[in-house]
Design a protein. Structure first.
Length: 183
């Protein structure tokens, strides 16, 4: 990642208070999507650690992954497969393979699905997301790859807050950590 992109991502990031009753601040990455320079740089920066592994497809979970996944896929010159969540209004009317994540940072388990005809044997999968805090969704996407006979290469995210052993186990790389972001 260029120093310019790193600086820009940090400058554009904010924490917001979602209002009364909230126990925590929420990350606001929306200015990343509004900035043409950040958008242009994110795809190439995210895929750089995996380029030599020659991914054949990028998989990304809804919701923010649906923005970053196509940017990464375009940077690699490969296709994109969304990992759908139930109730997001985007479940295709087609056979699906499902996987459930272990509990995430809020204690929730997330169900993810891919279309059976979009991922299979011979695919070399790179997962992309905006933030990886526990690796829960990464594990679910890795399980989807295994269920479909695809080869897991690893994951990449704009912000990664995993302990080093967990990041190594899952093959996750990040552009930033939360320590890099303004408080």
């Amino acid at each position: 990642m260029t120093a310019e992109l790193r600086t820009r991502l940090v400058e554009l990031f904010a924490w917001v208070d979602p209002g009364p009753g909230s126990s925590h601040l929420v990350s606001d990455t929306s200015r990343w999507w509004r900035d043409a320079g950040a958008l242009a740089g994110l795809g190439p920066a995210l895929v750089e650690p995996f380029r030599s592994a020659r991914p054949t497809v990028v998989v990304a979970p809804a919701v923010t992954g649906l923005i970053l996944g196509p940017l990464a896929a375009t940077a690699l010159g490969v296709g994109f497969v969304p990992a759908h969540k139930p109730g997001d209004g985007r479940l295709p009317a087609a056979p699906l393979t499902w996987a459930q994540s272990p509990p995430d940072f809020r204690g929730r388990q997330v169900d993810l699905a891919v279309r059976d005809d979009r991922l299979g044997a011979g695919d070399r999968v790179l997962m992309v997301d905006d933030w990886v805090a526990t690796g829960a969704q990464v594990r679910a996407v890795r399980d989807l790859c295994a269920a479909r006979g695809a080869h897991w290469l690893g994951g990449t995210a704009v912000v990664v807050d995993l302990p080093a052993p967990v990041a190594a186990e899952l093959g996750v790389h990040g552009l930033l950590t939360s320590d890099d972001l303004p408080t």
